[in-house]
Structure formats: structure tokens, C-alpha cells
Design a protein around this ligand. Structure first.
Ligand code: UDP
Ligand code: MG
Length: 315
């Protein structure tokens, strides 16, 4: 079984040397024990880093032929980096495992994933069983995001990030999805292939800092919901109905005040309705705008990434 690992890297110079070491050891054992074949390899995707990430990848590829690299022309984001790596290796392997370059995920789970693949699973999700190593804020925000996601009707695996095995067949199917707002955690379960999960114990980052700041996390969360669910619009619609009902009750009250001659006292209620309805309209417009924004990017059909350079691939 020929395995290809895909690791997205954005400014990871601090952690890469450790990751290279740990992966070399892992691949040595897995090949020695016959879990994966000797021509298995790892592809590091440099996602437009501003530091020495690409130099380190190139040096490592020169040292060990199991290491390969792809360098994207600019920072294209975690999801696109993973996708570019999978597309680059899919013709040369039986299965791909995507894992973050900081190796916070459980390396021992790779063996279990491969075993599940051999038993016929096309997709194996790494599911975080312990987030003790994650800071409290990160844990809380991630968990509320997963809950929100399922409340909005998105069919994604709870507590699964992008640590996942996909068979060549699954990756080939993924290649048929032409959408631009790519959210792999939402698309992969819709492929309809045989899938299973393995436990993933998260550890602390060996070096460097998290590349996911609040803005990046919020962007991913918004995309993860709006790319798969129209429930937010339905909620807005319902809210609109409630506000309308409230407005009608206000109208009765205002007319009542008018006919009983207390017109000046109506000022408060009129101002109130202006503010409430104004707020509702603005909120709805904003939501509709999110979807129009998506339609806009989808119809442009721009390429998601361009590979600028690669090492270790045959011409
Ligand atoms: N990453 C990337 N492009 C980006 C941001 C992050 O390729 O624009 C990579 C990063 O190098 C890492 C993975 O995505 O391998 C996950 O990022 P990180 O470990 O910083 O996130 P966290 O584990 O803190 O959620
Ligand atoms: Mg990490």
C-alpha cells in the first residue's frame, strides 16, 4: 500500500526540523513492519510562507527522497494548501493522509488509518478525543463551532479537523467538485463512500505559534456554515415574520393612541419600531449579502491555486 502524506505549511520554519525527524522515524517503522510500501512519501505544501519554510523543505527533499515539496505562489489558505497537495499526489498513491505540519495530531493514528483502509474504508477521519493540550479559548471556540455547524444542518464529523485518510478513489471524486469556497470537512462526508473514524489525541505544538488567529478561525467557521447550509436565511425569514407581527401590534397601539388624542406620546413607539425594523432589515441584507458574495466568487471560476515550484516529482 503506497501512502502519501500531505502537510500544509505556513511559516513553519520553527517546527519543521522536529517534524522531519519524527516523520522519518515513523516512515522507517511503518515500512519495516510492512504497513506501507517503501515508495510511500510525504509532500509538504508551502502555503506562501514568508520565512525559511520552503528552503527547509527543499533541503530535506535533497537529503531524503521520501520527502517532496510544493510551493504555492501565494498564501492560499489551509484548505487550498491541502487540496493542492492531494491533487498533486493522487496519481502516485493508494491513499492520502492529510495532517498539519506541526504534527499536533496523533502520529500513532496513521497506522490505524492505514489498517482501516486495508479493511476497505475509503475515508478515515481523525476525531479529537482529548483537547487538553489546546488553550481553553481555542477549545471552547472550536467546540461551539462544531455544535453550531450541526445545528445549522451541516453534515460534518464532530470534532474532526483536517487529519484524514482518503483513498485515491475518494480524492479523484473530490477533484470533480468545482466549487471555489472549498470546505473539505463539509464536502468529504457527502462523497458517499465507506467511512470510519479513529481517535486522535492532540498534543502541544513542538515549536512555533498557531497560524490560526481569530480572523482566520471566524472566516473558516462562516465558510463552513454558509457554504453548506441555507438555514441562516430561513432563520432571518422567521425573525422577519416575528418582527412583522410585532409591528402590527404596535400599529394597533399607535392608532389607538391617535384616536384617543394622545398623539405626542406615540413618539416612543414609533421610534422603537423604526429601530427594531431597521435593525432586522439590515441584518437580513447582511445575510443575503453573504450568499450573493459566494455566488460572485463561484461564477468567477478562478483557479484556487497555482503551483510555483516543486521538488521530488518526476518530470
Ligand atoms: N496553514 C496553512 N495556511 C494558512 C494557515 C495555516 O497552510 O494560511 C497550516 C499550518 O502551517 C499548519 C496547519 O495549517 O500546518 C494548521 O495550522 P495551525 O497549526 O497553526 O492551527 P491550529 O493547530 O492552531 O488550529
Ligand atoms: Mg496546529
Amino acid at each position: 500500500m503506497r501512502l502519501a502524506l500531505v502537510l500544509p505549511c505556513y511559516n513553519e520554519e520553527a517546527v519543521l526540523p522536529t517534524s522531519f525527524e519524527r516523520l522519518t522515524a515513523l516512515f522507517d517503522t511503518l515500512t519495516a513492519e510492512g504497513v506501507v510500501s517503501a515508495d510511500s512519501f510525504m509532500t509538504f505544501v508551502n502555503d506562501g510562507s514568508g520565512d525559511r519554510t520552503w528552503e527547509l523543505i527543499r533541503e530535506q527533499a535533497a537529503r531524503d527522497r521520501r520527502f517532496r515539496g510544493i510551493s504555492l505562489a501565494r498564501n492560499s489558505g489551509h484548505q487550498n494548501a491541502i487540496l493542492s497537495g492531494m491533487m498533486a499526489v493522487r496519481d502516485e498513491c493508494d491513499a492520502v493522509i492529510t495532517i498539519d505540519a506541526d504534527l499536533q495530531d496523533d502520529l500513532a493514528a496513521i497506522r490505524t488509518m492505514v489498517e482501516h483502509f486495508k479493511q476497505g474504508s475509503d475515508i478515515v477521519y481523525g476525531v479529537k478525543v482529548s483537547r487538553k493540550a489546546d488553550p481553553l479559548l481555542k477549545r471552547l471556540s472550536a467546540q461551539s463551532f462544531y455544535k453550531m455547524q450541526s445545528a445549522m444542518g451541516v453534515n460534518a464529523v464532530y470534532n474532526h479537523a483536517d487529519f484524514r485518510l482518503m483513498s485515491r478513489r475518494a480524492v479523484d471524486m473530490l477533484a470533480d467538485y468545482p466549487e471555489r469556497n472549498i470546505y473539505l470537512r463539509g464536502i468529504v462526508p457527502t462523497l458517499g463512500l465507506r467511512q470510519t473514524t479513529v481517535d486522535d489525541v492532540i498534543s502541544e505544538r513542538a515549536a512555533g505559534e498557531s497560524k490560526y488567529n481569530l480572523v482566520r478561525m471566524l472566516t473558516l467557521a462562516t465558510n463552513g456554515i454558509t457554504a453548506f447550509s441555507t438555514r441562516p436565511i430561513q432563520l432571518i425569514l422567521m425573525m422577519g415574520g416575528v418582527f412583522l407581527l410585532f409591528g402590527l401590534l404596535m400599529a394597533v397601539y399607535i392608532l389607538g393612541s391617535f384616536f384617543s388624542g394622545h398623539t405626542t406620546t406615540g413618539w416612543t413607539s414609533i421610534m422603537m419600531s423604526i429601530w427594531i425594523i431597521g435593525g432586522a432589515i439590515m441584518l437580513s441584507l447582511g445575510m443575503v449579502g453573504v450568499y450573493i458574495g459566494k455566488i460572485y466568487t463561484e461564477v468567477k471560476r478562478r483557479p484556487l491555486y497555482h503551483i510555483a515550484e516543486s521538488v521530488g516529482f518526476n518530470a
